[in-house]
Design a binder for this molecule. Structure first.
Ligand code: UDP
Length: 331
């Protein structure tokens, strides 16, 4: 088979939610995609869809361990390395906090070393969690955050902060060419129904007639980005000529309370829904909204899919997954 000019894009975490959308987009752009995933949180059906694509190879591997032979064999053809490998939903990343921290620190270092060795460009997917429970609103990249290193979210948010520090050190020492994205809440088809995050929980609970769980009083806010917008942003960032020492917020700047999200989910699913209010998890940020001025200026990017449209598409996809008939929304 002729080798692609674009070369090989390695996607760590490529069988996960955002990763699987990214792998497909990279194949569409002419990359040969080498997907590494430990299948900790991936959906096997995402992987089956990807494996039907041309120029796609899956290798089961955990980046905490030394990189597998299948990667080393192709090292001379790897031109892009995307690191999306880490459980990102609070219940999942808290289930094995040691592994979460090591994935971010040791795993990121393995991939950075590969970038150094191959000259491939490296993109770290960091997170809005680096801002913790923010005291400034909205959050711009210059804000240093208010994060607890003793709380249950620390394995993830401090892990990602360490991964950023390591990535910027490689850049400062001219050891690798890097990009850092800070991803805010993202949703869409191919999320795991048991992911545990608010959009998938609310839609799946509504569709299956279970009680809908709102944590706290539902007045906390988030800003939700549809996955196709996020993948577009990640690829633009990778290909941009941005100053590598500048992290970039990627997310939708339109902010909603959880209660407002719930109302929109009920419309999208056509369900009345019974709500139960559960305690707010420890260290749950009260509000979150990205300032995306930098992404707009440097990447010429801003989200295009409104929450209502994204929820309609996501609900239709979950309905099919769960084998539930979706009620037609009232006109
Ligand atoms: N949340 C909720 N019900 C759920 C799951 C989450 O009310 O079933 C709340 C959660 O407490 C948080 C917000 O929704 O305030 C977003 O939570 P998620 O786990 O999606 O992501 P986070 O932004 O906290 O990482």
């Amino acid at each position: 088979m002729a080798q692609n000019e674009a070369g090989v894009a390695l996607v760590a975490g490529g069988a996960g939610f955002i990763g699987s959308h990214l792998c497909r987009a990279l194949v569409d752009q002419g990359y040969e995609v080498l997907c590494l995933d430990n299948l900790q949180t991936a959906r096997p059906s995402n992987l089956r869809l990807l494996e039907a694509l041309p120029n796609f190879t899956f290798v089961e591997a955990d980046i905490v361990n030394p990189l597998p032979q299948a990667v080393l064999e192709r090292a001379d053809r790897i031109t892009r390395i995307y690191n999306l490998a880490c459980a990102a939903s609070p219940p999942q990343y808290q289930a094995d906090p040691e592994h979460t921290m090591l994935t971010n620190v040791v795993g990121t270092n393995h991939l950075l070393r590969l970038a150094e060795k191959t000259g491939a460009r490296f993109l770290l997917t960091s997170t809005s969690e680096v801002y913790g429970d923010p005291e400034v609103h909205p959050q711009a990249e210059g804000y240093r955050g208010w994060v607890s290193c003793t709380g249950p979210r620390a394995c993830y948010d401090e892990g990602k902060r360490a991964a950023e520090a390591l990535t910027f050190d490689y850049a400062r020492m001219n050891r690798a060419e890097v990009r850092v994205a800070r991803i805010f809440n993202t949703y869409g088809p191919q999320m795991h129904p048991d992911d545990g995050r608010v959009v998938s929980n609310l839609i799946c609970q509504a569709l299956s007639g279970r009680d809908i769980t709102v944590y706290g009083d539902g007045s906390q806010t988030r800003s939700f980005c549809y996955v196709s917008d996020m993948v577009d942003a990640l690829m633009r960032l990778m290909e941009s000529d941005i100053n590598p020492m500048e992290p970039v917020n990627l997310g939708n700047p339109t902010e909603f309370t959880v209660n407002e999200l719930l109302e929109k989910v009920l419309v999208a699913t056509g369900v009345e829904g019974r709500v139960t209010y559960n305690p707010l998890p420890q260290d749950d940020p009260r509000r979150r909204r990205p300032d995306i001025s930098r992404a707009k200026a440097v990447l010429g990017w801003e989200p295009t899919v409104p929450l209502e449209d994204g929820l309609a598409r996501t609900s239709a996809w979950f309905a099919e997954e769960l084998g539930v008939e979706l009620a037609q929304p009232e006109m």
